[in-house]
Design a protein around this ligand. Sequence first.
Ligand code: UD1
Length: 416
Amino acid sequence: MQKLSIQGGVPLTGAIRVAGAKNAALPILAASLLVPEPVHITNVPRLNDVRTMVKLLGLMGVKTEAGEHDVRLDAASIGEPFAPYELVKTMRASILALGPLTARFGEARVSLPGGCAIGERPVDLHIKGLTAMGAEITIEQGNIHAKAGRLKGARIFMDTVTVTGTENLMMAATLADGETILENAAREPEVVDLARCLVAMGARISGHGTDVIRVQGVERLHGVTHSVMPDRIEAGTFLAAAAATRGAVTLEEAPVDALDAVIEKLREAGAAIAVGERTLRITMKGRPRAVSVRTAPHPGFPTDMQAQFIALNCVAEGAAHVTETIFENRFMHVQELRRLGAHIEVEGNTAIIHGVDRLAGAAVMATDLRASASLVIAGLVAEGETVIDRIYHLDRGYERIEERLGALGARIKRLD
Ligand code: UD1
């Protein structure tokens, strides 16, 4: 199993281009199921999760051709509208096939994702929404089985803000008969990027980016070329790494409008951040100050940046409270960070971090994608060598991390 070795203590300096957003690419790839014509998606990050989604679509009979950073898909006809457990268990986002398949083919079987490392993560709201649109849904042998004639527009209120739930229902509604109103919809930039892609396919959507999305169903959608937005979580991770190592880094092709909460908190930590049209320049002089954060749906502070900010706080001046409100078991990085010398207590859904002067390298284990990003940040700061095991978690969300951080001066290498 591959590991990552980091010799810490080098401030990150230089420029880095932000990759396409994983969490926008996945629903956009799934949206190809809605269209009987070729679709070309560009600025696609080269990540394991993207490969899994392309594989899943291919298994269903979608013609797929993946280039370095683009994917061509043609779902003119499909074979089996089925997402098997072997793939769903490696990637929960497979659930994104449910809405498009039901809407276009009147049938879908998607294996139930079940629990995962960061919590229960039910999909009840996806199911409720499709049921409200007229689908008949049963759970058989661990599979969600949806059957429908043409879906009907409906008013759907989601009592929890769900990103993939909003995406699934928005996709399904594009081909439904009549108007669908999604209330308490997710406002995440990735939902907006998906909506932009669907609109370019001929869908009639308004209100994306607000908490009420209206979709007027159409008879059919057409092919499109769409460029995926840059990844705000990858960008935020690089910013946090630059701040923790007291570096100076320019992010190119940065999603400057999607990072308000993160930029605000980094400034509070003492970083200078210059925002250009498509660039972000961060300079951190001296030791960061501790910053407390509380995760919330967008435009609040993203849960996917929580672990990285715990890592930053580990070496900050003062104490910080980091509260996780979205997922119930998302502090697995804490015990690994302690192995590097961090002082962290956990009380319920809050981590209390007392900044220390120095961390020291050690062997640690990645437990999930963003947890592994926090270990990389801590490793970049720690004195001596940090070896991170199970970096397949990291490879799900960060493209060639060792090469790209290496270009910023980090002493980092992959061990086989
Ligand atoms: C997406 C992101 C993930 C991010 C998360 C929150 C993708 C592929 N993944 O995950 O990186 O951490 O948003 O920003 O885009 N919930 C229910 N019932 C449902 C669905 C969700 O109760 O039917 C709850 C979940 O348990 C969780 C909360 O809603 O507590 C938010 O989850 P959700 O937004 O659905 O997360 P994902 O879409 O899976």
